[in-house]
Design a protein around this ligand. Structure first.
Ligand SMILES: Nc1ncnc2c1ncn2[C@@H]1O[C@H](COP(=O)(O)OP(=O)(O)OP(=O)(O)O)[C@@H](O)[C@H]1O
Length: 298
């Protein structure tokens, strides 16, 4: 997880929900009904959860431009996958969204829940409902998993004006989430990610997501290093965390994760841009043709 203040599912998106819209929810399509007061002309288009427009960014250390104009819209309840060859800028894009200090935005805009995301500090982005699990989650020596989760969860509750949970309530809340991710309770007493295997770290990221919640969860190669059982557990947990209101942006190289999480949109990133967007059939196209075909068209 991005180690700033915690992300949690927020109720503040409610005012953004349109009166009438058709939007995809995980694998289903829902049609909400208009309020009876207006004509068709009153129907407002769906308010995107995330709107990225011509986003450009460079690496701070060496000034190299990596993102060359990314455009992406994620609506509530959608599941997006970003694929693309190594070094095409997928992780950079994700890290720029959460405000990673290694990168500087040089152009474009990002609107999240109606707010300018680029104006927010990383902590504010997290508190606003953005969660990211990194490709290589870091360990936090000296801080136990349960301390970390309780602290993060209660910080978010304070931010939302909710009372903090006491130790007993926290314990039962965490146990419920552990079950969701199929992790043993002793993981709570261990220091965050310290001595965890690669797969355990990935599972622990999903535990953090389950505990903290998110309006938009960004999972960067959550499937790398997972055995088949762990992959299924992680996918099951993510599917249970998804609701009609929150959304998922996953970065992956592998079809097996897509089969389990069933994205509504698949994007191919190439040379720091989204070069192609489609549905899951795009994956079969890439498997047949390779990324070079996409590169040749950009
Ligand atoms: N902090 C950094 N310092 C130096 N180079 C970087 C940094 N971050 C990204 N890069 C470079 O930017 C390019 C894009 O990297 P990025 O990690 O975004 O690619 P990716 O599409 O996620 O690749 P992969 O599929 O291999 O994970 C690569 O050439 C990478 O070496």
């Amino acid at each position: 997880m991005f180690l700033s203040l915690p992300t949690i599912h927020s109720t503040s998106f409610l005012h953004l929900l349109p009166t009438t819209t058709s939007f995809s929810i995980n694998r289903r399509r829902y049609l909400t009904t208009a309020t009876a007061t207006g004509s068709d002309f009153d129907k407002t288009p769906p308010q995107p959860l995330l709107q990225v427009n011509d986003l450009k960014a460079k690496i701070v250390e060496n000034g190299v431009d990596i993102l060359h104009g990314v455009n992406l819209t994620v609506n509530h309840g959608e599941v997006h996958a970003i694929m693309g060859k190594n070094g095409s800028g997928k992780s950079t894009f994700a890290k720029v969204l959460v405000g990673h200090p290694d990168y500087e935005v040089t152009g474009g805009s990002v609107v999240f829940k109606g707010e300018n995301l680029l104006d927010m500090e990383p902590e504010e982005r997290s508190l606003a409902g953005l969660f990211m699990s990194f490709q290589s989650p870091v360990a936090i020596p000296g801080v136990s998993n349960d301390e970390f989760l309780v602290m993060a969860y209660n910080a978010r509750r304070r931010k939302l004006g909710l009372p903090e949970l006491g130790p007993l309530e926290c314990f039962s809340y965490l146990m419920e989430k552990l079950k969701l991710v199929n992790m043993k309770p002793d993981f709570l007493n261990r220091n965050v990610n310290e001595g965890f295997s690669g797969g355990e770290r990935k599972r622990n990221e999903i535990l953090q997501l389950a505990v903290l919640g998110a309006d938009l969860a960004i999972l960067d190669e959550i499937d790398s290093g997972l055995d088949v059982d762990a992959l299924r557990d992680v996918a099951n947990a993510v599917n249970q965390i998804l609701t009609p209101k929150n959304s998922l942006l996953m970065i992956t190289h592998y079809r097996r994760l897509l089969d389990l999480l069933n994205p509504t949109h698949v994007h191919i990133m190439d040379k720091g841009r989204i070069a192609r967007t489609g549905d899951k059939s795009l994956v079969a196209f890439i498997e047949d043709e390779g990324y070079e075909t996409v590169s040749a068209l950009t």
